[in-house]
Design a protein around this ligand. Structure first.
Ligand code: ADP
Ligand code: ASP
Ligand code: MG
Length: 468
């Protein structure tokens, strides 16, 4: 069998965990060919983003402390994961060189005082550029034949939509087949950085937060593998985030459509676009736990989760979002007014995650990523206020969360919405906005973020999801 195995941040978070990863990989290389995709060490991507924001404001002193922390974290991982002196030396040299480059990049940002989506991708790419060589060294330390690649070196070419780039799939597949497939044939284990790629000009891009899953499926499709295994820190895709509800249940099997719906609506266990490449090729994806490798996890294939006839299968909370309300009596009965609002957002690359309007037409409410809030309000105000009275006011709430309730059997079943909303009402929690897609695969609504966990727990209990 040919398998792509992707290891997330926690799975490679420490030297000890990396040793465990080596065991899992080597167990499977006896009879299977394995390609490995790795994320940055846990927390590193966030810390890179924070550091970049800090130094942008001119705080040069911050660079030193940040770089020292980052260096010691990676050196610690090397010293625990790799015992062979030569390998240790080789990996340490790569890490030192990469960190020295990062230091220069951060210093540059500090002096220029500017952080563009392009430079942000460059900074954030260092997370995976630092983790992959360590995993490579640890595999080598075990006596396995292996070679490591950045996403760019492996052949992943994307558009130039920095921060959320999309692969140019045919070109990418061609390059990956040329560069990576021959290694697999020879029994060499390719280790590829997740998340990062390059555009057609060779400039570093990233495929969106949590994007190593996407890298894994891109690689899997290009290499025509038999299965893709997403190793993570939970048993599989569950009825809800086990960090919110401790008795959340693992769903042993899901269809591509069900899993994609869950990923899009907040089940962080997988990147929302990760399933796109595999659906056409019908390659099974398995989400499984590095801590319980004896469990087979969630298998995602064409088939729906046949056993569960439950109407609701899962509930998720999406944090880090904001609600924007565009109000104006001028929009009532004015053809094209909504189009103008969305045109402004589209032209400024602001993705709208959820929309709701009232029949009165005097208000549109939208959910966007919280980080885009400032840009959203200013662009809407500049473009729409005082232009013939179409829009009178743009307001926002930045302390909200989306709750999404999902399940294929919701389609055509009466009373699901009323049961959900009465459950929330019983908790005395106010709903700020509601939307139901016409696919009827989910109902989403917005509450204050501080109430989100309580709402998820109440719905999980009301629909008996722990007994699914
Ligand atoms: P990795 O670093 O391995 O990619 P992530 O943190 O991206 O891991 O995703 C795994 C996490 O997703 C889990 O630790 C869990 O808290 C969270 N999560 C949220 N919703 C779900 C869900 N429905 N099923 C499983 N995990 C979920
Ligand atoms: N390291 C990246 C992130 O934190 C990609 C990933 O973990 O999948 O978003
Ligand atoms: Mg992830």
């Amino acid at each position: 069998m040919k398998i792509v195995m992707k290891f997330g941040g926690t799975s490679v978070g420490t030297g000890k965990n990396i040793r465990h990863v080596v065991e899992l990989v080597s167990k499977n290389t006896k009879k299977d060919s394995v390609a490995v995709v790795v994320s940055a060490l846990a927390g590193v991507t966030n810390s890179l983003l924070e550091a970049a924001e800090y130094v942008k404001k001119g705080d040069e002193k911050h660079i030193q402390t940040f770089i020292e922390d980052l260096r010691s974290k990676h050196l610690e991982a090397i010293s625990t994961a790799i015992s062979d002196k030569e390998v240790k030396k080789e990996v340490t040299q790569i890490i030192e060189k990469t960190i020295a480059e990062l230091e220069k990049v951060l210093t540059g940002i500090c002096y220029v005082g500017e952080l563009t989506p392009k430079s942000k991708d460059y900074v954030v790419s260092f997370g995976e550029r630092l983790s992959a060589p360590i995993v490579w060294g640890a595999l080598k330390n075990k006596g396995l034949e292996t070679q490591w690649f950045t996403g760019k070196e492996a052949g992943i070419v994307t558009d130039s939509n920095f921060g959320e780039a999309d692969p140019l799939m045919n070109f990418t597949a061609h390059l990956i087949r040329e560069r990576i497939a021959p290694l697999l044939e020879k029994g060499v284990i390719p280790v590829v950085t997740g998340f990062i790629a390059a555009d057609q000009n060779g400039i570093v891009t990233t495929v969106g937060r949590g994007g190593s899953d996407y890298t894994a499926t891109i690689l899997g499709v290009a290499l025509k593998v038999d299965e893709i295994w997403i190793w993570t820190d939970v048993d599989g895709i569950m009825t809800t985030d086990p960090k919110i509800v401790s008795n959340a249940k693992m769903l042993p099997q899901l269809s591509y459509q069900e899993a994609a719906e869950m990923a899009i609506f907040g089940a962080k266990a997988m990147h929302p676009r990760a399933l796109e490449p595999v659906i056409k090729e019908n390659i099974p994806v398995r989400i499984r736990s590095v801590f319980h490798p004896e469990n087979l996890g969630t298998l995602i294939t064409k088939e729906p989760f046949s056993k569960a006839t439950e109407v609701v299968k899962a509930v998720a909370m999406i944090k880090d979002v904001a609600m924007v309300n565009v109000n104006g009596a001028g929009m009532v009965g004015a053809p094209g007014s909504y189009a103008r609002v969305f045109d402004v957002l589209g032209k400024n690359s602001i993705n709208v995650m959820m929309v709701s309007t009232a029949v009165s037409e005097a208000n549109i409410s939208m959910i966007i990523k919280r980080g885009l809030l400032g840009r959203t309000i200013s662009n809407l105000e500049i473009a729409l206020l005082d232009r013939g009275g179409l829009v009178s006011e743009v307001t926002a709430e930045d302390d909200v969360a989306v709750i999404a309730v999902m399940g294929a059997h919701m389609k055509g079943t009466l009373g699901v919405a009323s049961k959900i909303f009465s459950t929330v009402a019983k908790k005395g929690i106010n709903i700020r906005m509601i939307a139901q897609g016409s696919s009827e695969l989910n109902i989403s609504f917005v509450v204050k973020e501080k109430d989100g966990a309580a709402v998820v727990q109440a719905i999980h209990e009301e629909f008996n999801l722990d007994k699914i």
